[in-house]
Design a protein around this ligand. Structure first.
Ligand code: MN
Length: 226
């Protein structure tokens, strides 16, 4: 018997009553060259950066998210999200897409001031990246319905003004390459999500802002900051 009722975070699956239970949220950093440059890095010389958010950071599209504590530079990062549907470790890139259940559109919400301070002080990114409600996500769409999108417009607007606009084909570590590399560090299992990194144009958001974003061929997402 459980001492407490602990909710199981999940993501709705388009066209189904059932939901996808979230096990872990992995994130890839610096995965578009122009964004790596805007953060002051040389994209040519970098291995992928992996970090995690807690599973219960998931928030569904349409939510209102309170401006978080302990930051004065709260930022958006629109990202392709991969959902794992088949377990594996040391997965070959050539086999990686067999492990994908589906795709969604996510926003990697970030306390940028804390992330910059962590980089400066060689600290961790947990409070910058893994805070409450830091992972809004659209519905998941099964591979059977949408295939494996490897190109298409990815965009984010704040109050209807475009901030981020790029194409999925600009990913430095493609979805198969990211799955292969991540699976050398962790055994991936059904329920894992991978936020695959954001293109250039990240910036601050304020109380009252309405964020909308999308990826052609997948879905759109909308959140409001209160
Ligand atoms: Mn990110």
């Amino acid at each position: 018997m459980n001492l407490f009722e602990v909710p199981q975070p999940s993501v709705p699956v388009a066209g189904e009553d059932g939901a996808f239970p979230v096990h872990r949220i992995y994130c890839v950093g610096r995965n578009y060259a122009a964004h790596a440059r805007e953060m002051g890095h040389d994209p040519e010389r970098m291995a992928p950066v992996f970090f995690m958010k807690p599973a219960d950071a998931i928030v569904h599209s349409g939510a209102t998210i309170p401006y978080p504590s302990q930051t004065e530079n709260f930022q958006h990062e629109i990202e392709l999200v991969v959902a794992i549907g088949k377990a594996g470790r040391d997965i070959a890139a050539a086999d990686a897409l067999e492990h994908v259940f589906g795709y969604a559109v996510g926003i990697d919400l970030t306390r940028r001031d804390l992330q910059l301070a962590a980089k400066e002080n060689r600290g961790t990114w947990d409070t910058a990246k893994g805070f409450d409600r830091s992972a809004p996500i659209s519905a998941l769409h099964r591979v059977a319905d949408i295939g494996h999108p490897d190109s298409g417009r990815i965009w984010l607007s704040v109050n209807d003004v475009i901030r981020q606009k790029a194409d999925l084909n600009e990913l430095i570590w493609s979805v198969p390459a990211a799955i292969a590399e991540l699976s050398t560090f962790f055994a991936l299992i059904p329920g894992d999500l991978i936020f695959t990194g954001t293109p250039a144009g990240v910036g601050p958001i304020e109380v009252g802002d309405k964020l909308t974003g999308g990826i052609d061929g997948i879905d759109q997402i909308a959140i409001t900051i209160s």
